[in-house]
Design a protein around this ligand. Structure first.
Ligand code: AP5
Length: 221
């Protein structure tokens, strides 16, 4: 199964990706996670990316294309993958096609999570993330057992620097200007599955599974 998860910031891409990983046992490839990891490690790329991420801007296409090209060529991505946060511009999407072609692969489905701006702000303002293992919580919808601490590893939870309201506004603006054109891009290729992202995480996942059982989406691996 080779999937793309598309959707505005906070639409639930990471949350749904984890459910897909548990069911299909394929890697979750999140450019946001990769860039934050590079920033934590203090690499040159990570330092450059952090400034842009914290401002709510996108990082340059070439920076993420390089990361994705390397990641997709690893053996664990041969059986399938879930791309979360990539592609994010038409140029990234146009580059992905020959990249996959060289590896002899095609996409099965592009799941487009739809959520209005009010819900986006509510979800992002309540999000708490584990800086150690990447677990994601929500203070109301998905609280940790012990408030403020990760269930899985016990680390103190943080609010992402780009999750503050004025940054969220800019991220949303970037989404509608640069990423939303991909909805049309993939609809024209017959790959788009629009998913209502407004229900519970379980309800949204049920809709995703239904979409994957439709044409071109039913096979594993
Ligand atoms: P990235 O990390 O990709 O951020 P994003 O797309 O803004 O998405 P988020 O991680 O904020 O949200 P999500 O949709 O995964 O939602 P989640 O499941 O956590 O990118 C960050 C930055 O990196 C970008 O701004 C850019 O600078 C850079 N970048 C990354 N990729 C790039 C690229 N390709 N090109 C250029 N730049 C790039 O859910 C959110 C909250 O809601 C959580 O608290 C969760 O628990 C809760 N929740 C989830 N689902 C539900 C539900 N159904 N009901 C109630 N609560 C829910």
């Amino acid at each position: 199964m080779r999937l793309i998860l598309l959707g505005p910031p906070g639409a639930g891409k990471g949350t749904q990706a984890k459910k897909l990983v548990a069911d299909f046992r394929i890697p979750h490839i999140s450019t946001g996670d990769m860039l934050r990891q590079a920033a934590r490690e203090g690499t040159e790329l990570g330092k450059k990316a952090k400034v842009l991420i914290d401002a709510g801007s996108l990082v340059p296409d070439d920076m993420v294309i390089g990361l994705i090209a390397e990641r997709l060529s690893r053996p664990d991505a041969a059986a399938g993958f879930i791309l979360d946060g990539f592609p994010r511009t038409v140029r990234q999407a146009e580059t992905l096609e020959p990249l996959l072609g060289k590896l002899g692969r095609t996409l099965d489905k592009v799941l487009s999570l739809e959520l209005d701006e009010g819900a986006v702000v509510e979800r992002i303002s309540g999000r708490r993330s584990c800086p150690k293992d990447g677990s994601v919580y929500h203070v109301v919808a998905n609280p940790p057992r012990r408030p403020g601490y990760c269930d899985a590893c016990g680390a103190g939870l943080i609010q992402r620097d780009d999750d503050h309201p004025e940054k969220v506004k800019e991220r949303n603006r970037q989404y509608w200007a640069k990423t939303a054109p991909l909805i049309d891009f993939y609809a024209r290729r017959g790959l788009l599955a629009p998913i209502n992202g407004a229900g519970t995480a379980e309800g949204v996942y049920r809709d995703i599974r239904r979409a994957l059982e439709g044409p071109r989406g039913g096979r594993k691996g």
